[in-house]
Ligand binder design. Sequence first.
Ligand code: 13P
Ligand code: SF4
Length: 325
Amino acid sequence: MSTANAAALMADIKKLKTEKDVALLAHYYEDGEIQDVADHVGDSFFLAKIGQQVPQKNILLAGVVFMAESVKILNPEKTVLVPDLGAGCSLVEGAPFEKYREWRLKYPDALCATYINSSAEVKSISDVIITSSNAAQIIESIPKDRRILFGPDQHLGKWLSKKLGREFILWPGACQVHILFNAQRLAKLIEEHPDAVVIAHPECDDEILKYASVIGSTSKLLDEVTNNSAKKFIVATETGIFHQMRKSRPDVELIQAPVVDENCMCNDCPFMKLNTLEKIKRALETFQPEVTLPEDLRLKASVSLDRMMKITSGQPVTWPDEFKG
Ligand code: 13P
Ligand code: SF4
């Protein structure tokens, strides 16, 4: 798209947002123009939290649908829109409700910690939701004598388990973007750039994470680039985050961690990248597509999300003794 076209669309979006009382929230993996026109940009936990704080009656979430569902679950009175309802997530697809429920039923005494990258149905049969930025705090709040089911991201689960010294029964899901980084090519790149700080998202495989000196959510990786005085970073996560990294540190060299095939664009999340300025403008004009959930499902899913919100704000929580289905 030409710069003039993008600028015109961004001006229209700004006007429509005000006229229609809409807060535009964007994830760090969206295109730079979308991040620049948004009212708030952040990681998945931030987006869930800020959805509860914005004064606008309506929210348009430029991210993936599970993020918008979380906002709807926590804010039933608000109209929640997305640019494209097809913006799924391989972790959500890899954890269908019935299969996740069967897995849960095998361990009724265990508590189930589920990554926010999951459907509302899966959240409704989970005990607590975690994100990559609050995962350690949430897991540490679970009583030591309880077994833990952790899903759907096995790599985040393995990393956490090692970091916290707690055993998990893992669901075998993965992010289709983060598992495509290539360890051999990364090792070679590190040899060529010994002065670079390697940072990675915990959805990456162990083979990649072992090279990283900083592992964390998108916001943690951005903070690292912003605050570390190093001049070079190798970044193992989706490409959208480079936009804010370049804005906060125009003086540093940012190198994309290499993927399996050097010719593929596989560091772009195809779901996040379904969103465009045109679709955002259309959603503001038509108030479609809207994210809606049956009220009984919303209420059930809110239990695990509310528990996450309480733990992160220091409030006490209680845990169920067993899962009854
Ligand atoms: P963050 O919570 O770190 O933003 O991650 C969301 C996500 O989908 C990573 O692939
Ligand atoms: Fe899902 Fe991976 Fe895309 Fe994140 S990057 S939204 S985990 S497919």
